[in-house]
Design a protein around this ligand. Structure first.
Ligand code: NDP
Length: 251
């Protein structure tokens, strides 16, 4: 029987690539989307074409008040399709960008980033813990910006740093259940993130490529396979680690 991974924000960008890479490794995938059902459906169809099971559910990961309902929907889906209410891997990937200098950040902007990048990750993981099979894993998506400092990313990077610390605590506390918890920190990648500026703004793209050892910015395909690897038995001894996947940005 295939193992099952749940990917938040699996409809586009990195989550989409992760979902497909997981299916290529023989996992079934449940992916969530926020508003883009059509894009999620495309990913589901792509995975089914690979011969794995895939389903999508709507979830706003920044709103903890919908997590009870999501838990129920997920349990129902798993019972119906897999015959048991368990997943093997949780990938906390969904996220939005904020580029604003410290002098201009509003309380609302800070709350929005906190809600999606920390509070949502914390309480969604807490809510789903009973559904994660012992021996499974959690991957939290951070950012190269916790190591590199780029003006305008203070609030976003600080929340990602919080998730990195949280991940070590998760790894410690979930060790008795043999659940491994790791952080994957992508460098700048060409997706829709932040209005697609890494992909679409030639000046930004060239500047990032200029301080990347491998000479270009990242592509979604640089990330998904690493996540998929972390969800295999080959990675069973990797735990509590931050793995940066950036082609060597800002070395
Ligand atoms: P994209 O903007 O391409 O995709 C974002 C995904 O998150 C979509 O699937 C979107 O769903 C979903 N999403 C957005 N808001 C919410 C919400 N409130 N609740 C639930 N889901 C939501 O971003 P990326 O794929 O580039 O980013 C994915 C993760 O990677 C984020 O955590 C980001 O911080 C991190 N990251 C990205 C980097 C980059 O350069 N791209 C670099 C380092 C880290 P929908 O399609 O329905 O809108």
């Amino acid at each position: 029987m295939s193992k099952i991974a749940l990917v938040t924000g699996g409809s586009r960008g990195l989550g989409r690539n992760m979902s497909i890479a997981l299916a290529k490794k023989g996992l079934d995938v449940i992916l969530t989307y926020n508003s883009n059902k059509e894009a999620a459906d495309e990913v589901v169809a792509g995975i089914q074409a690979l011969g794995q099971n895939a389903y999508s559910l709507q979830l706003d990961t920044s709103n903890i008040h919908v997590f009870d309902t999501f838990h129920q929907q997920l349990t129902n889906l798993l019972n119906e399709k897999a015959g048991h209410p368990g997943i093997d891997y949780l990938i906390n990937n969904a996220g939005t960008a904020l580029y604003a200098p410290i002098a201009e950040v509003t309380e609302q902007q800070l709350d929005d980033i906190f809600n999606i990048h920390f509070k949502g990750v914390f309480f969604l993981t807490q809510k789903l813990l009973p559904l994660i099979n012992d021996g499974g894993g959690i991957i939290n998506i951070s950012s190269g910006l916790t190591r590199l400092t780029m003006p305008g990313s203070s609030v976003y990077a600080a929340q990602k740093t919080a998730v990195e610390t949280l991940s070590r605590y998760m790894a410690q506390e979930l060790g008795p259940r043999k659940i491994r918890v790791n952080v994957l920190a992508p460098g700048a990648i060409e997706t829709d993130f932040g209005g697609g500026r890494t992909r679409d703004n030639k000046e930004i793209n060239a500047r990032i490529a200029g301080f990347t050892a491998l000479g270009r910015v990242g592509l979604p395909g640089d990330i998904g396979g690493v996540v998929a690897f972390l969800c295999t038995d080959d990675a069973y001894w990797i735990n509590g680690q931050r793995i940066e996947v950036s082609g060597g940005q800002g070395l």
